[in-house]
Design a protein around this ligand. Structure first.
Ligand code: CDV
Length: 310
């Protein structure tokens, strides 16, 4: 029997430094309404969805840094999104920079239910980039400077008729992210991302950025028998290009929907959660077939010579 979970992903085109939160929220509202009109009951917005991807900028003034952070959620700028979600009976995932009352800073996402209430919060664990200034690089990736490592792990929430987990951008490159959530029986994992097309650390061929992004979503969806909804912020933001490729991926590992632009765009799939049940029953049946007692690190050293590193 089918178990429908009508899911939309709302990709954002660029948000420039001069754009206000209010202008961005108007774009989010438009996509929320489109998602609802297409029958979606949950919509995924990107990572750091309220501002430009500010870790590309080296900043030393605390005031300048602080203006990219939210001190509360919802707040005056985002309240209309929560109100509209409640009116339309549609939940959402929203990424933003969180500044806590204690002065901690996280790259955060919240899960909001169809009542417009926050039911879950995730703080990004795998922070890419660097913390020092790289003046020779075309742009910076200063997540390690502006954020702390998330301190709440990878939780899952029973909400809106499914069990759902969250992660953020670079987390999607790590098998542990998805496996920890699937070990807690997640059926859906949602995430947002800002992925620069240029790698500032080595001359990576540009096509690999999109290839790895889709490869990882597809592999993790299948090997964990869950649906994945991934939302890009993309296009030339402040003149720096980021990949698009927002996607909804099925537990088969197939892409069920993918964005076709580098602008604001809604994609939609009426996901069947029963498809995940099938793979969890017959292939990735952890209770029957997983063998954690054999997943030990064993390096056998034979013969003469220098010991292996590590
Ligand atoms: N925002 C990110 O986490 N971006 C990284 C980039 C730096 C590689 C990503 O994994 O897409």
């Amino acid at each position: 029997m089918k178990r429908p979970f009508p899911l939309a992903v709302a990709q954002l085109g660029p948000i420039h430094l001069a754009d206000t939160r209010e202008a961005v929220v108007r774009r989010l509202l438009e996509m929320l309404r489109e998602a609802a009109s297409r029958g979606a009951e949950f919509v995924v917005f990107p990572e750091l969805a309220l501002t430009t991807f500010f870790p590309r900028w080296w900043m030393t003034s605390q005031d300048e840094i602080d203006r990219f952070f939210e001190r509360s959620m919802p707040n005056a700028a985002t309240q209309p999104l929560f109100d509209e979600a409640r009116r339309l009976r549609i939940g959402f995932y929203l990424g933003y920079a969180e500044l806590t009352p204690e002065g901690e800073r996280f790259n955060t996402a919240v899960m909001v239910d169809r009542e417009g209430a926050i039911v879950g919060r995730y703080r990004k664990v795998h922070l890419p980039g660097h913390s020092e200034h790289k003046p020779a690089a075309p742009f910076q990736h200063l997540e390690k400077r502006y954020f702390q490592v998330g301190d709440e792990g990878f939780k899952v929430w029973d909400t809106m008729g499914t069990r759902m987990g969250m992660c953020i951008c670079n987390d999607r490159r790590w098998p542990e992210t998805f496996r920890v959530m699937s070990l807690q029986s997640a059926e859906v994992v949602v995430l947002g991302y800002n992925t620069p097309s240029v790698n500032i650390h080595w001359p990576e061929p540009p096509h690999l950025r999109m290839f790895h992004h889709l490869l990882l979503l597809q592999a993790h969806a299948h090997e964990n028998a869950l649906w994945v909804g991934a939302a890009a912020k993309c296009g030339a933001e402040d003149g720096f290009h980021m990949i698009a490729g927002s996607a909804i991926v099925s537990p088969t590992g197939e892409i069920a929907a993918q964005s076709s632009t580098e602008e604001d765009e809604v994609i939609f799939v009426n996901c069947d959660l029963a498809l995940g049940d099938t793979f969890r029953k017959f292939v990735f049946n952890f209770a029957q077939h997983r063998r954690p007692e054999h997943y030990r690190l064993i390096v056998e050293r034979t013969g003469a010579g220098d010991p292996l590193p590590g």
